[in-house]
Design a protein around this ligand. Structure first.
Ligand SMILES: Nc1ncnc2c1ncn2[C@@H]1O[C@H](COP(=O)(O)OP(=O)(O)OP(=O)(O)O)[C@@H](O)[C@H]1O
Length: 261
């Protein structure tokens, strides 16, 4: 379980002003949990994810994974960003295997593992392709396979589908759910889309800006239903889905008004 307790982050802003980016945020990501953070721009979502990844230190509070403090990046936490960072001169297979190479895994073993992961994300026929030959959705699938390569306990995903067209985005959501269901990873996922949050999350947290805090939490089971039933459209058009979407929309807009008023 990944545990965030009373996490606060202050940045030194311009003109010696202090930016209070995160304010006493606490949350748990349990085994097989899929926690989605939702909120307007600037409410500290990326700051929270970067702290979980070990890319930036907390000013106050703590983050632990299975009881061990997170104090820097580590192989048990895989990260996927909106902008893929694939190496253009390496093949898809080599991009996926890269982390394993750095971890000292023998070449044959890392290539086998990379091939297996490409199968998991449906890209087994593109192992030899170069990243520039792939569409945006396919590149994000490579990014997902690469993050999974060291077999992390948790995936940290910062708006991974934000730049994709809506059809591809829906396909990627379904692919991610199938990967999650098959691998049993914990996931922390950031999005601006309420519908995406509701479809993916076992828990949705809503954050508000200045300072970034959690203003609402919802436990949901749409994703488990999708895993069992397989019909995304039926779930997204259900009255219960629409009702919760509107409830969350009202909370998000309320927190926006607080900032602009
Ligand atoms: N390195 C930094 N130095 C100073 N301020 C920062 C730094 N990083 C983030 N901030 C500020 O902290 C606040 C939270 O930023 P953060 O990127 O975490 O928000 P976000 O919710 O992820 O936004 P978005 O949805 O636009 O990505 C913002 O006001 C931002 O300007």
């Amino acid at each position: 379980m990944l545990k965030v307790e009373n996490a606060s982050v202050f940045f030194a802003g311009r003109d010696k002003q202090v930016v209070h980016a995160l304010d006493r945020v606490s949350l748990d990501i349990p085994e097989r949990g899929f926690v989605v953070a939702l909120g307007t721009s600037g409410c500290g979502k990326s700051t929270l994810l970067n702290a979980m990844a070990g890319f930036l230190p907390l000013s106050e509070g703590s983050i632990t994974l299975d009881g061990k403090p997170v104090s820097g990046p580590g192989a048990e936490r895989g990260v996927v960003f909106q902008k893929d960072s694939l190496l253009p001169w390496k093949s898809v297979l080599d991009n996926v295997a890269l982390g394993l190479k750095f971890a000292g895994v023998p070449r044959n073993e890392s290539r086998d593992r990379a091939q297996e992961l490409l199968r998991l994300v449906g890209l087994q026929d593109f192992a030899k392709a170069a990243p520039y030959e792939l569409s945006g959705g396919m590149r994000q699938r490579v990014g997902l396979a690469r993050a999974l390569a060291p077999d992390p306990k948790i995936l940290l995903m910062d708006e991974p589908f934000g730049a994709l067209d809506s059809m591809t985005r829906e396909q990627m959501q379904e692919l991610l759910v199938s990967v999650w269901a098959r691998t049993g990873k914990q996931v922390f996922f950031i999005t601006h889309s309420i519908e995406e949050a509701l479809f993916l999350g076992t828990e949705v947290i809503v954050m508000s800006p200045r300072p970034g805090r959690i203003v609402a939490r919802f436990e949901t089971d749409f994703v488990r239903r999708f895993v069992a039933e397989g019909d995304a459209r039926a779930i997204k058009t259900e009255p219960a889905f629409a009702q919760l979407r509107e409830e969350i929309r009202a909370i998000v807009h309320q927190s926006e008004d607080l900032v602009t008023s």
